[in-house]
Write a protein that binds this ligand. Structure first.
Ligand code: ACO
Length: 322
């Protein structure tokens, strides 16, 4: 059986930056409240007409350049997203066309903020079995289009962006293990109420935006991220002190700090981008990973722990020897 290794990373952030101060002008909020409760200072917001696949493609090109591969070498494309260009075909198929390749499987995964971890899990297993050799795994989100800009409880939390990795077959790990879970009982705590299968009138009205019970999600996220970290370490017989970097889903600095505390990890070993990017759902982990690799914090040979939690609820982790 083969292993898979991350050989390239890339990311993309829309040009337009919206600061907390900018939000103060349009809603009853303050820079201080947002920073204290979430750690967020600014977020990037996609331009009119900019689509999930545009951002995903830009991130993919960067990752391919780092991995030194041509599009023809890619034999699997998975995109984690809750904001695809179209309901169908998948954004992954659109990326495939835009890369000028054909034939390999290409599909989207919808696991909310855990989408990238789910995609990584699947791609890793495809490579382990020999079904694929070079996978393009992307998280790309335009959450600003699912945001009710009149709801201060959610509007301050989200941003747009994309991150991508190239995963390639290798004799050594690489991806040491991945772990994914869901519990559908919590549907109503974090959701976009309207969708296909409700009513025609319901679409594109207020039900088409994110709704969340912030306190309940917060509590559940902290508890679950603690347990998924334990599961991952125990599964591999690894001590928490062996982890060089925690690369968590970037939802809220307080959730991230609580997760780091449970691992007895100083914040110097936690990649934090939520201040600059806000919550970009499935894009947040590959965006954070790419940032810390390109600025030299994460080095080859180090042990990384990715962990995510999102609507569903879904959650998951990956232990990665970079
Ligand atoms: N600006 C100013 N005041 C606000 C804002 C705002 N943007 N939003 C809410 N408030 C007010 C509330 O109305 C409330 O006022 P009141 O006391 O007069 O009633 C007060 O601030 C406190 O509100 P809470 O909701 O209790 O604030 P809390 O400390 O729980 O923080 C938050 C809210 C930031 C949403 C927090 O619950 C949280 O981070 N939850 C996790 C949810 C999350 O991150 N979801 C993202 C998707 S899931 C994921 O990615 C894990």
């Amino acid at each position: 059986m083969s292993y898979s290794r991350i050989t390239g990373t890339g990311s993309y952030l829309p040009e337009r930056v919206v600061t907390n101060k900018d939000l103060e002008k349009t809603m009853d909020t303050s820079d201080e409240w947002i920073r204290e409760r979430t750690g967020i200072r600014r977020r990037h917001i996609a331009a009119d007409g900019e689509r999930c696949s545009d951002m995903a493609l830009a991130a993919a090109h960067q990752a391919m350049e780092m991995a030194e591969i041509e599009p023809e070498e890619i034999d699997l494309i998975i995109v984690g997203t809750v904001t695809p260009d179209k309901i169908f075909p998948s954004t992954a198929c659109i990326i495939q066309r835009r890369l000028g390749i054909r034939g390999c499987p290409a599909f989207d995964i919808q696991a909310a903020c855990s989408g990238f971890i789910y995609a990584l899990d699947l791609a890793n297993r495809q490579i382990q079995t020999g079904a694929a050799k070079t996978a393009l795994v992307i998280g790309s989100e335009i959450l600003s289009r699912l945001t009710n800009w009149d709801d201060r409880a959610t509007a301050v939390l989200f941003g747009d962006g994309a991150g991508a990795v190239i995963l390639q077959a290798s004799d050594e790990p690489g991806i040491v293990s991945t772990h994914i879970h869901s519990d559908g009982r919590y549907e109503d705590l974090l959701h976009v109420p309207e969708g296909i299968g409700t009513s025609l009138e319901g679409l594109l009205v207020e039900g088409a935006f994110i709704r969340m019970d912030g306190n309940a999600v917060f509590r559940r996220a902290v508890a679950t991220l603690g347990s998924i970290a334990q599961e991952t370490l125990a599964n591999n017989g690894i001590d928490k002190h062996d982890v060089d970097w925690l690369v968590p889903h970037q939802a809220n600095l307080r959730i991230i700090s609580a997760a780091a505390k449970k691992l007895d990890l100083s914040m110097d070993h936690v990649v934090v981008t939520v201040d600059e990017h806000a919550n970009t759902s499935s894009a947040s982990i590959p965006l954070a990973l790419n940032t810390a690799i390109r600025d030299g914090r994460i080095e080859r040979g180090q042990l990384l722990l990715f962990e995510a939690f999102g609507a569903g609820f879904t959650w998951g982790s990956a232990l990665v020897r970079y």
